[in-house]
Every structure is written in C-alpha cells, then in structure tokens.
Design a protein around this ligand. Structure first.
Ligand code: ARG
Length: 570
C-alpha cells in the first residue's frame, strides 16, 4: 500500500499532475503532527497563491475517508493523519506474508541492466581502493535483481597492457614458482616493485619488457603460460574475497578480449570522419566539447584503455541489449567516462544516454597512506582479517560463551567493512576507522545486526508462528488505533517505506539510502523496545511480536541487499 500515492491521487490542482504532488508528499518524522505532510511552498508559487491559503484550501477540500482520517493545515503545510489500525494491519500483514520477499517488486521485468564493477587488474594487489566499487556495485546489482530487473554483473578484468611484459619478464628472471604459489599476489607485487627499482638502474629493462609484451601478444607459449599463471593466482585470491563479501558476477570478459575488435572501432570512427592524426597518433578531437582529445591509437598502433572501452560498450549493447549500462568507477576516471560517452555519441550510438558513470570517492585508513608504485599497499584481505579479529575480541569480552563465536565474528567483521563504505553519499571520501565501524552503539552494521539478534531472541521467547496470512489477520483482529503508541506507529510507518526506499536507491544509485534506512529502523525498534513491554503485554503481546518479526524481516532484507549476513545471536 503506497499511502503517498493514495494521498496524491485525492489532491486535484489545476495544471499540476499527480506525480508532482506525489514527489512532494513526505512522511512526517514525528507522528504527533500527522503521518504525512505536503509542503505547499513551491506549489503556491506556481499557482500564484500564498502557501498558507493554498494549504488551507487543500485541507478543506480533501475527501476524508476511513484511511485518511484527519487533514489539517499549519503554516503552509497540509498534514494528513492515517487510520492507524488500518495502516498497521495492512503493513504487518504484508511484511509477514512476504517475508524475505518484502521490498521486492516486478517493476524491472523485461529490462536489462549491465553493471561494470570491481573490475580488478590481473596480477595487481586487490586493495582498499577496490572496496567501494566492489561493495557499491554489488549492492546495486542485488537491488536491481530484487526489483525484477535482469542484471548482468560485469568484472571487466584489467588483463591487458605493458605491465604484463614487465611482470612476465620479472617472473622469468627472479620469480620463484614455489614462493609465488604460497605468497600469491603479494609476491607478485614484490616482483613488480623489484622490476621498477632495477629499471631505474638499468634502462635496458624497459626494452626487455616491451619485448616480452610482444611475445605475449604473439602467443609465445612460455610467456603466455606465465601470464595465465598470474591470472589464475589473481582470480583465486579475489574469488575468495568476493565469496566473503557475497559478491557475484556473470561476465568476466576483460580488456584483452576486446583487442580483436579494435580495428573495427577504428574503421567505424574513420568512416564517420571522426579521426584525426596527431604526431602519428589517431585521436578524436573533442575541443568543441571542452575536453582533451580522445586518444584512440598510439603512434605505434597500440590501442588505449578508452579504445577498448568503446569496443566493450558496443559489445555489451549487442550482447545484452541493455536498458541501462552502469560503470561503478572512482571519480578519478570522470574525464575518461565523459570522453567515452562523447565519442559514442559522435558515433551516433543512440543508446549512449542509457550509460552512466557511477562515481565514488576515495577510501583511506586512518593514519595510513598507500602508494602502489612504492609497494606500500593496504590489502583488502588484511583489512577484512583485521575487522574479523577485532569483532572476535569484542564479542569475546561481551559474551564469551556465545556458541559459534568465530562465525558470528566473521559476519560482524565483514558487515563492518561493507557498511563503512556504503553508509555515506558515494561521492564523499571515506576515512576508515576500525573503532568507529565496530562501535555497537554507532551508525554501524553491528548496531543493526545487534538489533536483529535482540528481535530474534524476543521472538524465540515469544514462541509464536506468524507465517500464515490468516493467522496474522486473526491475531491482529482486535487491534484498534488507540492501542498503537506514537513510537510504535513511527516504526510501522518506517517499515512500510522499505519498498520505496529501494526504488529511490536505484533512482539516485545511492546505496547509502539503504544503510541509513536500516539505522533508522533499528533506532525506532530500540525505542519501541525500551518503551513497550513486548512479552508481558497481555493482549498486546501478539501485536508487538508481530511488529518485532516485521522489523526483523525488514532489517534482514535490507542487510541481505548489502551483502551482510545476520547472526541469530550475538
Ligand atoms: N580496471 C580499471 C581500474 O582499475 C577499472 C575498469 C573500470 N571499467 C571500465 N569499463 N573502464 O582502473
């Protein structure tokens, strides 16, 4: 039941459509003023009215009924009160019957969304800088799916470039296969660092690297096999991390796959007279669009990151016929994506408007700085391990007899890592602090997880089955509006907002809407828990248990969409 929509439908204003009114109706934060409010300020300007007068008119004309039972105006706002009994019954019945489907919908049916995220580089460390793209992308992936879209998660591997010549050469010269088998990406990174150090002393190494790059491209079996080993080690390591973070992909085609398609891209650009020569290089001049030129081919004929992205974009359109194609990539690449989209537009790709760069800020760790070139790397794996260890010692201190302590700590540690980068508007830089993200009283995953565990233990003690629609309706039968406190009703209203929160998250591509929502629900639940006895409330017990279950269901679904698991006990 979308009460906002219900209210908007009943407000008829000349020249203003229902959607516009719908967008203005807000949920009142405090139930004592009403449940919804319509601010009349912008509407008044458009209708050439005074806000106070307009609010009064709307309030007087609004057709009250058994759902919207009171309508009043104050200072340019119209306040609507909903019949609490009705709303509570509808909301709780819906949540309890839908269970882990609550919040899902079919609005995306028949539409395909491609999401390029995480997109790691082969043989490079998987570090803290990759956390946001991985987690934000995965969250969007899960929400799109939940709302009925067909989603293609793409890990566009960085598996092409001159660095592989360096690495394969370094591997052959200094690499110890046994060491690499155990040390994995870290040992590979050491080789990379060593190469750069040596190359400073001996200029011929760069020449060697180019030679090896060529050998890989030409299919030299020894070089290719080293390259494949590096790739396998990378994928093995990142896959383990993805598994922990509950991240999935459907398409792993990397940059190297698109090399074969580069000549076609060049031909197409050429036939549209978009290419110009510049010092032997081929470029698309974007001066008219206030951008530096898009470099398509270097003077030695090699393609660039941008060229391969053009080919990959065309491939995605052809293969998946997407309705939207998203790139979850750091804001450092803003220019790259602006150029990419502009070149595709100049190529008359009418689908370029369906592409979007979902940019995000940087993540750093309090008191630590990272520089991949100098080998100072903060590995994501270490951050995760550290968080799990800290979680374990916190629980050890709070609840040493907890069964399955290690598994609970795993869920809490991972939850903290995920939540920390999502709980912020994505464009903001994040400074990661272990103490903050594992604070049980803060705006954290463990606060929400703890609330779930609390709800769960109440339900266990309450020992009541709330699965069947009829039994819920029956249990709630005697409930009346006066039985529902303001705090309880604030919680119920919040719970009913979940489906629209998910839709808003996708409109703005801001997963922080989900984390903030989860925090608010948890706070309201804890307020309710402090104010209203649940288990010894006699005739209200079933209603309050139903509310507890509905909260648990909603929070569990919200966390699941973030890739965070909920321990039963904490
Ligand atoms: N591998 C790239 C990097 O680490 C990110 C790739 C993003 N996706 C894309 N289609 N360009 O910077």
């Amino acid at each position: 039941m979308d009460f906002k929509k219900y209210i908007a439908q009943n407000i008829i204003l000349d020249g203003i459509n229902e959607e516009e009114i719908y967008a203005l109706v807000t949920v009142a934060a405090n139930s004592s003023f009403g449940d919804f409010a319509l601010p009349c300020f912008t509407l008044a300007v458009r209708l050439n009215e005074k806000p106070f007068t307009l609010a009064k008119q709307i309030a007087q004309r609004y057709p009250k009924d058994q759902i919207v039972c009171e309508v009043e105006d104050t200072k340019g706002y119209v306040n609507f009160k909903i019949n609490r009994e009705y709303w509570t019954k509808v909301t709780l019945t819906k949540i309890l019957t839908e269970g882990d489907e609550y919040g899902s919908s079919k609005i995306g049916e028949g539409k395909t969304i491609c999401i390029d995220y995480s997109s790691i580089n082969i043989a490079k460390p998987f570090h803290i800088g990759h956390l946001s793209t991985t987690v934000l992308g995965s969250c969007l992936y899960k929400i799109y799916k939940f709302l009925g879209y067909t989603v293609v998660g793409i890990n566009y591997l960085g598996d092409y470039g001159t660095q592989f010549g360096k690495l394969v050469y370094a591997f052959e010269k200094w690499g110890d296969p046994a060491l690499i088998a155990t040390g994995g990406l870290r040992t590979i990174n050491d080789l990379y660092v060593k190469f750069h150090k040596q190359a400073k002393l001996d200029a011929s190494l760069e020449e060697k690297a180019r030679e090896y790059s060529k050998k890989i491209e030409e299919g030299d079996s020894r070089c290719v096999s080293i390259y494949e080993t590096l790739k396998a080690i990378t994928l093995k390591e990142v896959t383990a991390i993805y598994k922990n973070l509950n991240v999935e992909f459907d398409d792993w085609l990397g940059e190297s796959h698109f090399i074969a398609k580069v000549p076609d891209v060049v031909k197409e650009l050429d036939s549209m007279h978009l290419l110009t020569e510049n010092d032997g290089a081929k470029i698309v001049d974007l001066a008219e669009h206030n951008m530096p030129p898009a470099l398509i081919l270097r003077s030695d004929g090699a393609s660039l990151y941008l060229t391969r992205d053009i080919a990959a974009a065309e491939y995605r359109k052809e293969k998946y016929n997407f309705d939207k194609s998203l790139y979850v990539v750091a804001y450092q690449q803003n220019l790259h994506f602006k150029q990419l989209f502009k070149v595709l537009e100049l190529m008359d790709k009418n689908w370029v408007g369906d592409m979007q760069h979902i940019a995000y800020g940087m993540v750093s760790i309090e008191g630590m700085s990272m520089s991949t070139r100098n080998g100072v790397v903060i590995y994501l794996e270490d951050v995760i391990t550290q968080c799990i260890c800290k979680a374990e010692s916190i629980i050890q201190a709070k609840n040493p007899d907890l069964p399955d302590l290690a598994e609970v700590a795993r869920k809490i540690g991972l939850g903290a890592v995920i939540f920390s980068v999502v709980n912020m508007n994505r464009i903001k830089d994040v400074v990661f602090s272990y103490d903050k993200i594992l604070n049980f009283e803060g705006e954290t995953a463990c606060y929400v997880q703890y609330t779930c565990a609390r709800a769960n233990s109440i339900l266990e003690k309450g020992n009541i089955t709330l699965q069947e629609k009829n039994s819920i309706i029956y249990l709630l039968k005697r409930l009346e509006s006066d039985d529902i406190s303001n705090t309880e009703f604030d919680l119920i209203k919040k719970l009913s907002e979940f489906p629209s929160i998910l839709q808003m998250t996708l409109e703005k591509h801001e997963p922080c809407f989900v984390t903030r929502y989860a925090i608010t629900v948890a706070q309201l639940f804890n307020k309710f828990y402090m104010e209203s006895p649940i288990l010894n409330a006699n005739s209200y017990t079933t209603y309050r248990l139903a509310l507890t279950q509905a909260t648990l269901t909603t929070l569990t679904n919200a966390l699941m969409l973030l890739g965070i698991e909920v321990p039963k006990k904490m």
